[in-house]
Design a protein around this ligand. Structure first.
Ligand code: ZN
Length: 409
């Protein structure tokens, strides 16, 4: 059995666990060390550190302090790793913790986090998903069941000081372009809720003051939320500091492309069994600036889709120039409108797009003035026929069943 190098107690606060951290900074001490060729297990909290509960209220989603996230396990030091190397990580297996066989999906309120469709869903809502081996269902969203595509939403190596300073400078400059925006353009360092792992004293204070927040993906990978980076994948990470400092967290049981609901995919606590190797000098040898990865040989086998098109004309009819973001939003809204015809609420439909193995594709970016994006809805996740036909949609969803809703304060 591989050794479990980091354990988490889901009944305890992640702030009391010195092998957890929630900022990116080169001075965060390594939580443990391994050698190239080693395989090992890391347990992880869910990204909120247990703040979101398995109940039928969305008040926790509404009230969460988003400066606390993400709680990551690590950093793991790899002996011999030096700046310029590639750290090769095999995700040998990933699972939920035995004492936590459930996950959550939600939409943040527009005042606290927002999401891809926050203007259409401004209030906090939540759905709970139960795991049945490799499958999941939700008591809040009937007539849907699918296989997990388990992956870490967040994984990457520590930045060096130069890279960290660059991140902070560019994001703080960006925030300054519209400082009052709700939700904000980005999140600057915030000392009060920083968790600097095993660091103490002046080092901990420096990490808290400068540490980059974990929400955006950056050059090192980080919070990429790529559903296909699933168990069985092999990832090649740029190394910036001696020992690399690999951290992981934000495990997802399943997610649709885009993680459009933001809180989040199907979020869970769990464990990752991984193996590490090094390619010395690999960044320059292969011209690699951002991580690259190979997909898993095992993915859920859904091969029939209903595909919704969207173009870069927004909800008000305004033309946008080749804007993929606007086009994907229209594809998602079109899919939501369609699903309501079968009895789903708009919130249930939005949650399905955030959780199920939905594909998003950039289909065309040259046909001026419209970009075209497509949203691929797997039809086999429904226990009824969701395809269009001459007799029209049959309403199947139980009346009155919906996701818990919190009204904003
Ligand atoms: Zn997540």
């Amino acid at each position: 059995m591989p050794e479990t190098l980091i354990t988490v107690d889901l009944k305890a606060s992640p702030y009391d666990n010195p092998k957890i951290h929630n900022r990116w900074h080169p001075d965060i001490p390594m939580a443990c060390w391994v050698k190239p060729g080693d395989d090992f297990v890391l347990e992880t909290f869910d990204w909120t550190g247990g703040f979101i509960k398995n109940n039928d209220s969305a008040d926790d989603v509404r009230d969460i302090d988003l400066s606390t996230v993400h709680f990551l396990s690590g950093p793991v030091g790899v002996k011999g790793a030096e700046p310029g190397d590639l750290l090769v990580v095999d995700l040998l297996d990933i699972g939920a913790k035995d004492d936590s066989l459930w996950g959550f999906n939600g939409f943040f309120s527009k005042q606290n986090g927002g999401g891809f469709l926050t203007d259409h869903f401004p209030s906090a809502q939540k759905s709970i998903w139960d795991f049945h081996g490799m499958f999941t269902t939700s008591r809040h969203i009937p007539n849907v069941k699918f296989a997990g595509l388990i992956h870490p939403g967040l994984i990457g190596c520590l930045p060096d000081q130069k890279m960290l300073d660059m991140w902070n400078e560019r994001e703080i400059d960006f925030i300054a372009t519209d400082p009052g925006r709700v939700p904000p353009l980005a999140n600057p360092p915030f000392a009060k809720t920083a968790h600097a792992g095993q660091a103490t004293g002046d080092v901990a204070a420096k990490i808290a003051a400068e540490g980059a927040r974990t929400v955006p993906p950056r050059e090192h990978g980080g919070n990429c939320d790529i559903k296909d980076l699933s168990r069985g994948s092999k990832i090649y990470f740029p190394v910036y500091v001696d020992g690399a400092g690999l951290s992981v967290g934000d495990l997802h049981f399943s997610q649709g492309d885009g993680e459009i609901t933001f809180c989040g995919a199907i979020e869970m606590a769990g464990w990752v069994h991984m193996k590490v190797e090094l390619i010395k000098g690999g960044m320059a040898k292969y011209g690699i600036k951002n991580p690259v990865f190979k997909p898993s040989p095992i993915t859920p086998h859904y091969n029939d889709y209903l595909i919704f098109e969207g173009i870069s004309v927004d909800e008000q009819g305004k033309q946008h120039y080749l804007d993929v973001n606007v086009a994907y939003r229209q594809a998602c809204l079109n899919a939501i409108e369609y699903m309501t015809k079968f009895g789903y609420s708009r919130a249930q439909a939005y949650s399905i797009l955030g959780t199920a193995p939905v594909q998003g594709h950039i289909s065309g970016v040259v046909d001026i003035p419209n970009a075209c994006a497509t949203l691929w809805l797997p039809t086999q996740i429904f226990d009824f026929d969701i395809n269009p036909n001459a007799s029209g949609p049959t309403k199947l969803v139980t009346p009155g069943m919906d996701m818990p809703l919190s009204l904003d304060l």
